[in-house]
Write a protein that binds this ligand. Structure first.
Ligand SMILES: Cc1ncc(COP(=O)(O)O)c(C=O)c1O
Length: 394
């Protein structure tokens, strides 16, 4: 009855712990500390008040009809300015407003890939990229990193062949919270292969800590015309549940994206588009405050984790994640199960690809007391446990 394309369909692996923790809570478990979410957890994180007010105003004004198309013009204008500031000179016609970055990624892959095309993506990476590449029957090649911050540029060059249609990269990277530092080298490699499109997932572009700076691959003039930038209001403005993002792409690609959007979801909810515009226009102090709070929490969590005898951890350069490494040979999934028994939920790094095995991914967006308690408990369990099954290394 179902399409043969669905053979690989599974729920998002990066949410496996979230599902398990919710199941435990439904059956009476109490006090689980949620470090596993890809979201702002503490209620102290709020969207800009201007965005919330815009929702109410547009509802009151009856702004509740269809608005088919690529996004409200003033929002596309504001996003074009945002992208131009990022080093990619952009006109509003190159902006398509999407129901979240994930849909922007999905739509881009649907537009770019044919059966048997090759697509290069990082490992560890963002599971939906692989999910849709498999749906489209593309051949997946994983590019490795020389270290957590530098793409193995020689390997990238070797991986690209005549059938390669697309390279996907994300910076600041998740799950590991590090920037890609060698963007110059990556751009130089990609410039050598004009038949290859680039999807640059930049959803944490505004969540970058001092002294680091985000560099968009689309800001390299030689790549601009074949790079599709994916971004979202989810992380920059604490609007994860609003479901709104955008794509910046050359006009001929943007036009196709618009057609795809109008034939699938028609338009992004209009009142949410108004909220997004208000968020972009919010005073700069909103983003400064958000970054200051995240920096403080990042350092709280990092201090506890780096005190562990058995974990090794880099502090995050961007995002709201830390990605500590377990001792060599430790089974990541078993560790996650053990931690859940102790009331701490984290994601096994292997959920993001085989190169993530042996790591744990955790968010630091919790209330300070819960963050401290959760990370302390995590360190206690990892440091005190010896003799775990070292066989699978997942
Ligand atoms: C790399 C990456 N891309 C895209 C998304 C999806 O963002 P959105 O909430 O806008 O769909 C996420 C969400 O965590 C992500 O980590």
């Amino acid at each position: 009855m179902l399409s043969t394309r669905l053979a690989h369909f599974e729920l998002p692996p990066q949410w496996s712990t979230m599902r398990e923790a919710a199941r435990l809570e439904r059956t009476g478990a109490k006090g689980i500390i949620h470090l596993e979410k890809g979201d702002y957890v503490s209620p102290e994180f709020k969207p800009p008040p201007e965005a919330v007010a815009a929702v109410t105003t547009s509802l009151k004004d009856g702004f509740v009809r269809y608005s088919p198309g690529p996004g409200l013009w003033p929002l596309r204008e504001a996003l074009a300015e945002e992208m131009s500031r990022r080093g990619r000179p952009t006109v509003p016609e190159e902006i398509i407003v999407t129901p979240g970055a994930k849909f922007g990624l999905t739509a881009s892959l649907l537009l770019l890939l044919d059966d048997g095309d090759e697509v290069v993506m990082p490992d560890p990476g963002y599971p939906p990229d692989e999910f849709w590449a498999r749906y489209l029957r593309a051949a997946i090649r994983h590019v490795a990193f020389r270290d957590p911050r530098n793409v193995d540029a020689d390997q990238l060059a070797d991986l690209i062949g005549p059938r390669t249609r697309l390279v996907i990269l994300n910076t600041p990277q998740r799950p590991n919270g590090q920037l890609i530092e060698n963007t110059d080298e990556v751009a130089e490699v990609l410039a050598r292969f004009p038949h290859v499109a680039v999807v640059s997932d930049e959803i944490f572009s505004r969540i970058v800590y001092e002294p680091y700076r985000h560099r968009s691959l689309a800001s390299y003039p030689e790549l601009k015309e074949r790079t599709i930038v994916i971004d979202t209001f989810s992380k920059s403005f604490v609007m994860t549940g609003f479901r709104i993002g955008w794509v910046a792409a050359p006009v001929h690609v943007a036009e196709k994206l618009d057609i795809l959007l109008q034939n699938s979801c028609t338009n992004v909810c209009t009142i949410i588009q108004e909220a997004a515009l208000a968020a972009l226009r919010a005073p700069g102090s909103y983003s400064e405050q958000l970054l200051a709070t995240l920096t403080r929490k990042r350092d709280l969590a990092y201090k506890v984790l780096s005190g562990s005898r058995r974990l090794s951890v880099d502090n995050a350069q961007g995002t709201f994640y830390l990605f500590p490494k377990l001792p060599e040979g430790t089974d990541g999934r078993q560790t996650v199960r053990r931690l859940l028994e102790h009331g701490v939920a984290v994601v096994p790094g292997s959920a993001f690809g085989t190169a993530g095995a042996g790591h744990l991914r955790l968010t630091f967006t919790l209330e300070d007391d819960l963050l401290l308690e959760g990370t302390r408990r995590l360190v206690e369990v990892v440091d005190q446990t010896t003799g775990w099954d070292a066989s699978s290394g997942t």
